[in-house]
Structures are given as C-alpha cells and as structure tokens.
Design a protein around this ligand. Sequence first.
Ligand code: IMP
Length: 399
Amino acid sequence: MNSIIVGLQWGDEGKGKVVDLLSPSFCYVVRFQGGNNAGHTLVLGDQTIALHLVPSGILREGVQCIIGNGVVLDPQVLVEELEKLQSIGVNTSSLRVSSIAHIILPLHRTRDSSQEEKLGQKKIGTTKRGIGPTYEDKIGRRGMRVCDFINTELRQEKLRKFASNSAQHNYEELEAWAAPLAEKLADCSTDTPALLHEAILENKPILFEGAQGTFLDIDHGSYPYVTSSNTVAGSACAGAGVGPTHIKNVIGIAKAYLTRVGSGPFATELFDQVGERIQRVGGEFGATTGRPRRCGWLDLPQLKRSCMLNGVTHLCLTKIDVLSGLSEISLCIAHEEAGPKYKTFPGWEEDITQIRNFEELPKTCQEYVLFVESFIATPITMVSVGPDRNANIFRGSFF
Ligand code: IMP
C-alpha cells in the first residue's frame, strides 16, 4: 500500500492535512523533492506550528520521517524546525536525512533574490529560499551534498570554491555558518534508500509526501513560472531511491477552486469580489511568504491532465466549504480561443463543515462534486469540508 500524495494544481491544495490524516496507517513518511519553499501549518492543541521542510508526519508518534535525496535542504531551517518541535514536546529523534541530498547555502538564497531582481517585471515570484540556485548547482555537478557538508575536509574545500565565485560571501563567513550545523546534521544523515528498501522487505508501508503542485513541475508546469524540481508523482521514485514497482496508490489533492502564488498564467483567475471572497474565506495567503494567493474557478481540463500526468488512483477534493454562500459557482470545462468556457452551477447557502455523509450535503454541492468526478474520470475518495482534522466526507477507501 505504499502511496504517493501529490498536489494536482499550483500547490497549497491541503496536502498537509491529508498526510496528517493518513500517516497513522504508515510506518514512514518521506519527502522526495523541493525544500523549504513548501509550507504547512499544523495545529497541535493550542499551538500552531508552520513547517517548511520537516515532513508533516512528524507529529504522529511511531511514524519515521525521512527527507529524501531529491530534496534540497537548508540545514539552518532544519535545525530551527527541529528545535521548535522539540520545544513543544514533539519527539524528532527518528528523523533521517539522505546523505546525498543537496545543501542550500546562504549564497544560494542571495543568488535567488538577485536573479529575481534582475528579471524585473518578468520575475518568477520565487520564495527566495535558494531552491532554484541549489538545483542549478546540483545539475551543474558542483553542488554540496549532505555527505560533503558533514565531512570537514570536503566541506571546507567546496566552500572555498563557492566563495571564490561569490561577490557577496567569503569563505570564513560560510564556514562559521556551516560548522555547527554540520555537526547537528551528522547525527541524522544516512543512506535513506537502503533504509526504505529494508522497510519494503519488512512490508512496512511508506507514504511519499509531495511538495508544491503539478503545474509548478519543471517539465510539466507553466514554464518558466515553475519551481526547479519535478513535482509529479513519478519524481517520488528518483527522489527517494525506490523503484516504481513498489508503489501502489497515487493520491491526488485538489482544491474545489484554484489558487496560485507567484507569477504565471492562470486562465480562470477571478479579479472581482468573488475572487476576493474566496481569498478571505479560504485564508488564501502563502504559508511560506505570507503573500496573498491569486484565486479563481476550478479548471477541469487542467485537473484532468493532472490526473493523467500523475496516474492518480484516488482524489481528495479539499476546501469545498469555502464555496458555501456563493450564489453561483463556475467550473471551466474547456479552453477556447476567446478564453475559458464555463458551466455554472447554483450555489448553496448551508454551512457544510459538520456534515460527514455525502448524501447529507446540499444537492447542488453533490452535483458539483459528481460533475467534477465524471469529467476527470477519477474517483473522488474524500471531500474535505473544513480545516478540522475530522472534517471529511469519505466516499470510498484509500487502501
Ligand atoms: P521557488 O520554488 O521558490 O523557486 O518558486 C518558484 C515558483 O513556485 C513561485 O511561483 C512560487 O510561488 C511557487 N512555489 C514554490 N513553492 C510553493 C508552494 O509550496 N506552494 C505554492 N507555490 C509554491
């Protein structure tokens, strides 16, 4: 039952909630791409924690969390997140980091910001966390891996080289930053593909947690307005070191409407009070950068393509409660030369956050979900009707 969870839109689909919900059924939760450009807010009693790098499964006792080789890792962010979690009593001792994941250095963050500045009006709208430049160095075969970083000699040699090519950072500053972090990282660095292989042999189920979304994928997204990694489900295998024959399910997460942070095309974007209302009611502000998210209607041809690109076996439709109270709700059913073609549904007035059976939803809400399901030809297994961990309607089982 090894499963991959991926976002089917431009990120922020509510993957964290679904990972949190499903993680008790798994022994391992693995991140396989991206870095601390991701973000999810976890609520634990009266505490709220924003995590950007550590997998969402960390809050579940007995679940081992892994940061896979496909991730780019800012060691400072990792140490800060672990300390924050420990301060509220979360046991983080089982977290393991791939020894061949690449390290984000302060100079990557600087380069991210200056590249964006140079683009002016054409900027990508990155999170400025150094993600793109770190992947550039990885692909350019000059990157710093965790195993290099925790080896004093190799680290210093590489930092000298990086510093010699940087106008803003010198070697002494980089090494002063790196040395204490390397010591902390050494404790959790390991051969994670081998660890996962052992888990597979022992039939211990693994959940692969995607970050960002399908249309931010470096190949399949709206290039160049994309992130610098493959975000589609296929990337889980390379980014964790697990063969595709070991994966059973691909669980796709999509919001009942659409949002996007940063620049780039967005055919169904709303520029009116409906868009503003969705933004306000849905709390659509970036978890990483705090930027307001652009909002629009659900784009069904796009969602269908996403199901195709990821091989989705089960879909979770999230935040449908945000649409309650709208007099009309539109769905994009085709893209024509003149623009998106919509099918408009009557809305519903009721608060649906307490409903747990599909048949108890307002008829118009049911019709909306069923129309989406038949258009994308993929089963909608779960509908999320509120932020609460239990605010879900199940229409089938995941495993
Ligand atoms: P980068 O990943 O920081 O290089 O940013 C590239 C693009 O991906 C920008 O449009 C970001 O806003 C977007 N992006 C990156 N991570 C996320 C995420 O977790 N959610 C939504 N958008 C993201």
